[in-house]
Write a protein that binds this ligand. Structure first.
Ligand code: SF4
Length: 331
């Protein structure tokens, strides 16, 4: 495989949210460690999935990359530019290249804006076209995402969930972004509609040469769309690999447990179900050493005291687990 071009580089990303307490409720008494030292690259043209249970920090990672919330530490470099070094106005301009589609498009659409106005809004902000050109562009975009241009004057509530997600895609596409963060984009949709929207996303990716960062709790959905997959647990990235390796031969005990719960097609041998004991610890008081050690079937003494680093244990396969400390990297 030739050298792939890195579009986005995330290094040592941390996001802590303060917990206020004390007599007046103004003193910071602790922090929720939502994202803890997360690093990864996104290559041009690929879809990288970030998967994990609710509260693992995947959505916070996405929002911190876009600086919708400021990181506590770490850097995010997009096309060689450190986004943290940009002023607020330069960051606003940069957002043209980095768009986001949320789980609930209804919440992100102004209910008083007709759909045409909602799709037109980003075009106005970035001042790309004249009034008449914008109208034409909106109609084109509606066609592109499978909506009828004659519905341009309808309101968001007059569309179904799947159609509203198509409006979300049209809005994101309107400014010709390079990277789109898809944050649980199909979780709120019926299964039959999910695959239509996923197919549309795939088709648009090819047409517009898009790069996706796809955030989801659903391993089956991630498998459908992604080239590589990163797994997060309690704010930490624990495994990152290409889709084929991650699904066929997961390395981290948490990934193994997650995948054991995914139904397999009838012809494939069933995986032995791994039931995780206990519940996810609090991100304000994470376990020492490996954060997964309180629930891990393969826990060793070292796991309780030493945090495993994310290491490339085989080509392109990264895992944070002491089980692989001695493993030779095979190239
Ligand atoms: Fe389990 Fe230890 Fe690996 Fe953590 S480091 S996942 S506790 S074996």
């Amino acid at each position: 495989m030739g050298e792939r071009e890195v579009l986005l580089e995330v290094k040592g990303l941390k996001k802590y949210f303060p917990i206020k307490g004390g007599i007046f409720g103004k003193k910071t008494v602790n922090h929720v460690r939502a994202v803890e030292d997360v690093s990864f690259n996104v290559y041009k043209g690929e879809t990288l999935g970030i998967v994990g249970e609710s509260g693992c920090g995947k959505s916070t990672t996405g929002r911190t990359i876009l600086r919708l919330i400021d990181p506590t530490e770490g850097s995010v470099t997009f096309e060689g530019v450190d986004l943290a070094s940009l002023s607020a106005s330069d960051m606003r301009k940069k957002r043209k290249d980095l768009q986001i589609v949320f789980q609930d498009p209804f919440a992100s659409l102004n209910p008083r804006f007709k759909v045409g106005k909602a799709i037109e809004e980003p075009l106005k902000i970035f001042g790309t076209y004249s009034d008449s050109q914008r109208k034409e562009k909106v109609k084109d975009l509606m066609k592109q995402v499978g909506l009828k241009p004659e519905h341009i004057d309808r309101y968001p509530h007059q569309f179904s969930g799947g159609q509203r997600q198509r409006i979300g895609m049209a809005r994101a596409l309107s400014v010709q972004p390079k990277l789109i963060i898809l944050d649980e984009p199909v979780s709120a949709l019926d299964v039959s509609v999910q695959s239509q929207v996923l197919n549309l996303m795939q088709q648009l990716q090819e047409e517009y040469s898009l790069t996706y960062l796809f955030i989801s709790h659903d391993l089956s959905v991630v498998k459908h769309l992604c080239d590589r997959v990163a797994v997060m647990y309690l704010g930490h990235m624990v495994e990152l690999a290409d889709k084929r390796h991650l699904y066929n031969e997961p390395l981290h005990p948490y990934t193994k447990a997650l995948l054991s719960a995914v139904p397999t097609p009838n012809l494939k041998p069933k995986r032995e179900r791994i039931i995780l004991q206990g519940s996810v610890p609090s991100p304000s008081n994470p376990p020492s050493g490996c954060v997964f050690h309180t629930r891990c079937h393969e826990c060793m003494d070292i796991c309780k005291t030493e945090k495993p680093e994310m290491r490339e244990v085989r080509e392109g396969r990264y895992v944070a687990c002491h089980l692989y400390n001695e493993e030779e990297r095979t190239v």
